[in-house]
Design a protein around this ligand. Structure first.
Ligand code: NAP
Length: 687
């Protein structure tokens, strides 16, 4: 095993980054080839890497360094990292061509991956606290007297997120797993698929050279995973993308089973696209269906876990769809991915092409090839045999009940047309995939769209309904988005890799904490009703530096009069009868007489608690969770208690957000309105 402070670029053996160092195996490794030219570009081996030590290093060094940061600080680093990678993306683009990817394929992988970092950065800042503990849901009252309450909190697992990736997205794949782990405060150990690991190695090199990442928060193992999964503990998690067969094998590893290690799998899936009966030739939806089918077959040469493998069309439209799809496929140029005239590049390797040809053989037992020749393709600017080129292949299976199209995934530019005769039948056929990442319905008929979505949703992680209205802005069938769930039930692995903050929560342990309001306030850094409050200097006179959770002001009472209600009605135009017509209001079963407007109550409360002179409070930017609980009648006295509930300093501004608990009560002490007031407050008081 040799060690290098800076990796020598002359070596063609890929390096791993573990234990804070770049390391290179001493054996010769296995060759990796350029997908389009067949040229050997690197060798790969992980021989000699101590997997147990790598995991320990992540736990011992990476975890503590990440947990020192708040969610917002980690989010800011993700943003800076995304910008750094964007500046260097040409280096990734150059290498991506060698995987067989065209420029637009690379955009999906590289720019898509960078986009995931940006997305998690902004979600982290908007949806997570600037804190190290996540509060999950509301406080649960557990006792009559209010001295015993409960709440769920999320804290980062103390282990490592082991991320095993598939070969097809060597940049997007690792980034999509890294972003939520990092935001959660859990270090990552990335293991790319060997075939395209040279691109992931470059990615990790760029990420590390940014100098942004806390030591130990990112490690890389190039080559076989060896005994890595024998050393995972109950605090580690495994995030896997690849074939269902490998997922099954890894999930059953003794240490994974013994320690109930969280195992998220994104596996292969026989995604479907369904054409609605309304979408006859000449309609926008007919064209959209055909276009999308061909796009999904050819982007990344069909090596996408989300590609359309089964295209269901109404039986009476199958000839027309076949004709239109073949016409479009005929225009696809295959060849050197670096050539700008080429629409579809190569598969990732010659082995991959053989694998697809084997699957095609199995599929052709159930259907006939209506476009393409699995054994021959004309290529532009390349050698068809040295490169892993394959023609797009469209099959047609006239008997949709045959098993093969629903079971065999040809992980390449391959799709099968299948006829259906009723909505019920097509929903049943969609489910024959036994769980898919994505399904799409292309229809201008909202009722058909609804019936298919509601019928097929239990078998799908994501469903797209495409029509003339959304087509222009639609991101398409095959694109997982960081804010939406990516994953699917059953055969698709049963995981939910993405889905906004949900993906961050996979890395946190949810714990129900039962305690007094005082202790729960201290644990969650958020004021819980019943916890001590502190009155004194008006809290609106305090900057973020001075303000403390629990600081409060009690203001009032103010009596609501008939004249107030009448004036408010006339002034605002809200002359709803319950505020203006005594007789009608009398008959209202809930009020039994004139009541004050809810918004009048909220406005009076603001008038009571405000501290009007200029000061650290800069703005009120909203209310949340507003509930009117008891009707307020003329003559009632209102008192408001405003308590500082949560303080969220902004990382890159001289102010932050303060959430206040507002409780408006009447003379009997009953709450008439409760809500959270949201304000922006300066970090320091202006001198
Ligand atoms: P694969 O052969 O299952 O390999 C996936 C990953 O698992 C690779 O990193 C591989 O490493 C690793 N691996 C294999 N055996 C292992 C073991 N015993 N211990 C630890 N790691 C092991 O899949 P692939 O050929 O790379 O990818 C193609 C498949 O992935 C397709 O079926 C596709 O549908 C699916 N896929 C799914 C998604 C999704 O998001 N759901 C995305 C992309 C692809 P080596 O390469 O070093 O063997």
């Amino acid at each position: 095993m040799s060690r290098h402070a800076t990796p020598p670029m002359s070596t063609r053996l890929l390096r791993s980054y573990v234990g804070g160092e770049w390391r290179t195996a001493t054996d010769e490794g296995t060759p990796l080839h350029d997908a389009a030219t067949g040229e050997e570009i690197a060798r790969i081996s992980s021989t000699g890497i101590d997997m147990r030590a790598a995991l320990e290093y992540g736990r011992r060094v990476g975890g503590p360094a990440l947990r020192e940061l708040t969610f917002h600080q980690r989010a800011a680093l993700l943003k800076a990292l995304a910008s750094h990678l964007r500046e260097h993306r040409d280096e990734l683009y150059a290498l991506s061509t060698r995987t067989g990817a065209t420029r637009s394929d690379t955009m999906v992988d590289v720019d898509g991956g960078i986009g995931v970092l940006f997305s998690y950065s902004s979600k982290g800042r908007r949806e997570l606290p600037n804190d190290t503990v996540y509060l999950d849901g509301a406080v649960e009252p557990l006792s009559k007297g209010g001295t015993f309450v409960g709440r769920h909190i999320g804290t980062p697992l103390r282990g490592v997120s082991v991320q095993i990736n598939a070969f097809n997205f060597p940049v997007w794949g690792p980034l999509e797993k890294f972003a939520p782990a990092f935001l959660a405060g859990v270090p990552s150990l990335v293991k790319p698929a060997s075939q395209t690991a040279y691109l992931t190695e470059k990615l990790v090199e760029l990420m590390l050279s940014s100098g942004l990442l806390p030591e130990g928060s990112l490690q890389l193992v190039c080559g076989s995973a060896g005994d890595l999964l024998d050393h995972v503990t109950e605090q580690d998690l495994v995030s896997f993308t690849g074939s269902a067969a490998t997922a099954r094998k890894l999930r059953a590893r003794p240490a994974v089973v013994r320690n109930a290690v969280r195992f998220n799998a994104e596996a292969d899936s026989l995604n479907c696209s369904i054409l609605g009966p309304d979408a006859t030739p000449g309609t926008a939806e007919f064209d959209l269906f055909v276009k999308q089918l061909v796009t999904e077959m050819t982007v990344k040469a069909g090596q996408k876990c989300t590609a359309i493998r089964r295209a269901f069309v109404p039986a009476e439209l199958i000839d027309a769809v076949q004709e239109a799809a073949c016409e479009r496929l005929g225009r696809v140029t295959v060849g050197n991915p670096a050539n700008e005239d080429v629409r579809m590049g190569a598969l990732a390797s010659l082995e991959q092409r053989e694998e697809v040809r084997r699957s095609l053989k199995a599929l052709s037992d159930a259907g006939r090839v209506v476009f393409g020749d699995p054994d021959h393709v004309d290529v532009v600017d390349a050698d068809a045999e040295r490169g892993a080129f394959l023609s797009p292949v469209l099959l047609r299976a006239d008997d949709p009940e045959r098993a093969e199209p629903h079971e065999v995934e040809a992980f390449g530019p391959v799709s099968t047309l299948l006829p259906y005769t009723s909505t019920e039948q097509v929903v049943e056929l969609a489910a024959r995939g036994q769980g898919s990442l994505v399904g799409s319905v292309v229809t201008g008929d909202a009722d058909f769209g609804r019936d298919v979505v509601l019928g097929a949703a239990p078998w799908h992680g994501r469903m797209l309904v495409l029509d003339a209205d959304d087509a222009k802005e639609s991101t398409g069938h095959g694109s997982p988005l960081p804010m939406l769930v990516h994953g699917g039930p059953g055969r698709a692995g049963g995981g939910e890799e993405l889905g906004g903050i949900r993906a961050v929560l996979h890395h946190l342990q949810r714990t129900a904490v039962q305690a007094s309001p005082k202790v729960l306030t201290a644990v969650g850094n958020s004021w819980v009703p019943g916890a001590p409050r502190s009155e004194g200097v008006h809290p609106f006179r305090k900057s973020l530096a001075e303000l403390r959770i629990g600081d409060s002001v009690v203001a009032g009472p103010r009596t609501v009069t008939d004249a107030d209600v009448a004036h408010f009605a006339e002034f605002t135009g809200d002359t709803f009868y319950a505020h203006t017509d005594p007789k009608a209001a009398e008959a209202n079963p809930l009020f039994g007489g004139i009541v004050a407007h809810g918004y009048l109550v909220v406005s009076f409360a603001a008038g009571l608690f405000v501290s009007p002179e200029p000061g650290p409070v800069l703005a009120n930017y909203g209310l949340e969770n507003l509930r009117f609980l008891t009707p307020v009648k003329p003559g009632d006295e209102l008192t408001v208690t405003l308590t500082c509930k949560q303080i969220t300093p902004r990382e890159n501004a001289d102010y932050g957000e303060v959430r206040w608990d507002a409780d408006v009560t009447n003379a009997a002490g009953e709450s008439v309105a409760k809500y959270d007031v949201l304000t922006l407050v300066a970090k320091e008081t202006a001198q």
